[in-house]
Design a protein around this ligand. Structure first.
Ligand SMILES: [Fe+2]
Ligand SMILES: [Fe+2]
Length: 298
């Protein structure tokens, strides 16, 4: 079904948090591991505007469908960041002062190179837009997947509810980017640029945000088991259906590498994470068959 931009803009809204049971959230709380992962996610969400700044410098800025989408997209992502900050604060993990500026100042060299290329390559060819759209599709897919996975594993029912709402938003974003990518990848030059960018530069979202082991830690927590690996493979298969991306397997590869690195660096923590997951299995009774927790469709 074609993506309906008018409907998307009309329905765009901040993720609902006022109806969550905040007393329950304070009482039940979250684990330190969950707090770490949510902090990372909140940071990535809050910095969406920085990606918008880089992206809007090229051909995409002259396409009204894209600009309308992105205006609402950045609004929704900003609210995801605020919702996570509110949740973390209620559980006793408020963001430090000036968190936004601090994260921005700590961005890695890779982020800066990517930003430079994102700003300048589109000036050379309009076919770069296909790369931007494919990149967006895989990032949104991974955001939806990560939220669904954390919603599946947490014992805090209200956190689960909030994360599933955000995952739904991410899937709407994914559907826009994916459809745009499909359309723009018809040209061989678009395919060539996109394949190079994804092979050479693509990494799981927020690679430059947070401490260096954070991504491996998150990967171990959310994907180091059968359900997780299955979801990574499904995301790869979906991306590989795009024109010229039949070779795509970057998600399983990069997340797998992050897990390996984390296991080598912090073997005891990796073991603890696995043991904790096993010991809290009972809190997930019924979730495996609940369609809300379904994995990425093929
Ligand atoms: Fe988001
Ligand atoms: Fe999103």
């Amino acid at each position: 079904m074609a993506f309906d931009i008018d409907r998307f803009v009309d329905l765009s809204k901040a993720v609902e948090t006022s109806d969550l049971d905040w007393d329950y959230i304070k009482r039940v709380g979250i684990t330190a591991d969950e707090a770490r992962i949510l902090r990372y996610m909140a940071d990535v969400e809050s910095h969406t505007i920085i990606y918008l700044r880089d992206i809007l410098s090229g051909h995409t800025a002259s396409d009204p469908e894209i600009t309308q989408f992105m205006a609402c997209w950045v609004y929704e992502e900003t609210h995801h960041g605020r919702a996570l900050d509110r949740f973390l604060s209620a559980c006793g993990y408020p963001p430090e002062q000036n968190r936004y500026s601090k994260v921005l100042a700590d961005m890695g060299w890779q982020e800066h190179i990517e930003a430079f290329l994102t700003v300048n390559v589109p000036k050379l060819t309009p076919h770069f837009a296909a790369t931007h759209m494919s990149w967006g599709a895989v990032d949104e897919m991974m955001a939806a997947s990560a939220y669904t996975q954390l919603a599946y594993y947490t014992s805090n029912e209200e956190l689960s509810k909030l994360l599933l709402r955000m995952a739904k938003d991410e899937r709407r974003h994914q559907s826009f980017y994916y459809q745009q990518a499909e359309k723009r990848l018809q040209h061989p030059l678009a395919q060539a640029i996109c394949a190079t960018a994804l092979r050479v530069f693509w990494n799981p979202v927020g690679m430059g945000v947070g401490e260096d082991t954070t991504l491996g830690f998150i990967a171990a927590l959310l994907y180091d088991d059968e359900r997780g690996r299955e979801d990574l493979a499904r995301m790869d298969r979906l991306m590989a259906k795009l024109p010229g991306l039949g070779w795509f397997g970057r998600v399983s590869l990069e997340v797998g590498k992050a897990i390996e690195l984390f296991r080598a660096k912090e073997p005891e923590r990796a073991q603890q994470i696995y043991a904790h997951k096993q010991s809290t299995m009972s809190s997930r009774a019924g979730r495996a068959d609940n369609p809300d927790f379904a994995l990425t469709p093929n």
